[in-house]
Write a protein that binds this ligand. Structure first.
Ligand SMILES: *Cc1c(COP(=O)(O)O)cnc(C)c1O
Length: 403
């Protein structure tokens, strides 16, 4: 970890700013007597607009909204506290991902995607290829990505997802970004799993940090949102232009809820990490005693294969753990027996959730993620660690008995 970089100063104040402080104050306007600290959602399809509209801050609701503006400022502060990045919010993570990939690439370009990234990436790949882009995929861990970058022609964008969802593998952002940028390519990192408190891709050399705010950033399981953060003004201009023509905008209420939730981002992610470590340890203990839990993954655990690399580029390790149970039936009995951990998809919320990822298939019946039938992805919420450990151990006992 890089603890020193976590502390900056509020510009002009001389007051040290740690990450919790930054999250609490991110994007808020200057304090004004008798005004609210976080302005409420501005519900407007259009704004009063006299005369020449050139340079108007707000004209039409698809182009801008003051509630987005303060949230975008907040996300930029968290993604790039010492830099000058800007953020652009979207109606979902996929809206942000599609905007970044489709607005910044074109015919003749090459794009490298992770083979084990978010499962809708392969649908975006189809779009890219229809538009004349050559796409190749590489696994997140291991040396293949670097080799692919070094041998690519007309490389326009390298897309990384680290840690990857759901496999929790990690790649070296600094190394890959250096190699890709030396070839004139843009580097984007899907920062959904880590959140900007866990990882700052722009500081690691990436050009874009793209994320689904639906997960841990919002953290309450009640909003979809996405964003792109970047330092380069021309990148921002392209994604803003894309948002305008596609209309992939977040509602003001959604944007406001996410901003409201940022105040507890540090509390939530710290507690989720505590819970993830406790449950991962319990699962390893079960694995040692009974042998029916295998492949326990959490990058925050020192013995995890991804830990050393993760610790070099991450400041906290997220809320997701992965493990494999003997088969589909065992995993289904386990999920059905949990009382605190709810069976649901998505992750990052205050309530712990888990699911068997193999239940998701494409319309052709192909598994959406290349995972074993008994693979379980679990997202740790902010309950008490002892309760979660007891819930998981008890559900394992029931699953063992019920074959
Ligand atoms: C969920 C997720 C997305 C998609 O985000 P939505 O907000 O659901 O559109 C993209 N990338 C990763 C890593 C995700 O987990």
């Amino acid at each position: 970890m890089e603890p020193d970089a976590a502390v900056g100063t509020t510009p002009g104040s001389g007051v040290p700013t740690g990450e919790a402080t930054r999250a609490v104050h991110a994007g808020l306007p200057e304090a004004e007597p008798y005004r609210e600290p976080l302005p409420g959602p501005v519900l407007a399809a259009h704004y009063h607009l006299p005369g020449d509209p050139t340079g108007a801050d707000y004209a039409y609701g698809r182009d801008g909204n003051p509630t987005w503006t303060v949230l975008e400022r907040a996300i930029a502060e968290l993604e790039d506290p010492a830099g000058d990045a800007r953020a652009v919010v979207f109606g979902s993570g996929m809206a942000a991902i599609s905007a970044a990939l489709l607005s910044l690439t074109g015919p003749g370009d090459t794009v490298i995607l992770p083979a084990d990234g978010y499962n809708l990436l392969h649908r975006v790949r189809e779009r890219l290829e229809t538009g004349g882009v050559t796409v190749s995929t590489v696994p997140t861990p291991g040396p293949e990505a670097l080799r692919a970058v070094e041998s690519a022609t007309d490389l326009r964008m390298l897309w990384l997802e680290t840690p990857s969802n759901p496999g929790l593998d990690v790649c070296d952002v600094r190394e890959l970004a250096t190699a890709a940028r030396a070839r004139g390519a843009l580097v984007a990192v899907d920062n959904t799993l880590a959140t900007p408190l866990g990882q700052r891709p722009l500081e690691l050399g990436a050009d874009l940090s793209v994320a689904s705010g639906t997960k841990a950033l919002n953290g309450h399981g009640d909003v979809l949102l996405g964003y792109v953060a970047a330092r380069d003004a021309s990148v921002i201009e392209r994604v803003v232009g894309w948002r305008k023509i596609v209309g992939a905008i977040p509602g003001p209420m959604e944007a406001w809820l996410v901003h409201r939730g940022l105040a507890t981002l540090e509390l939530r992610t710290s507690h989720q990490q505590t819970n993830a470590l406790a449950v991962a340890e319990a699962l390893l203990d079960e694995a040692a005693r009974r042998g029916d839990v295998t492949g326990v993954r959490y990058p925050g655990r020192p013995s995890d294969p991804a830990h050393d690399l993760a610790a070099r580029q991450m400041r906290r390790f997220g809320c997701v753990i992965g493990f494999t149970l003997p088969d589909r039936g065992f995993a289904e009995r386990f999920l059905g027996a949990l009382r605190i951990v709810e069976e649901a998809t998505s992750f990052g919320g205050v309530r712990s959730t888990a699911e068997r990822r193999g239940r998701w298939t494409t319309p052709d019946g192909v598994p959406a993620d290349a995972v074993a039938e008994g693979f379980v992805r679990m997202s740790m919420g902010v309950e008490d660690p002892a309760d979660l450990v007891a819930d998981v151990r008890r559900a394992l006992e029931i699953a063992r008995g019920g074959a």
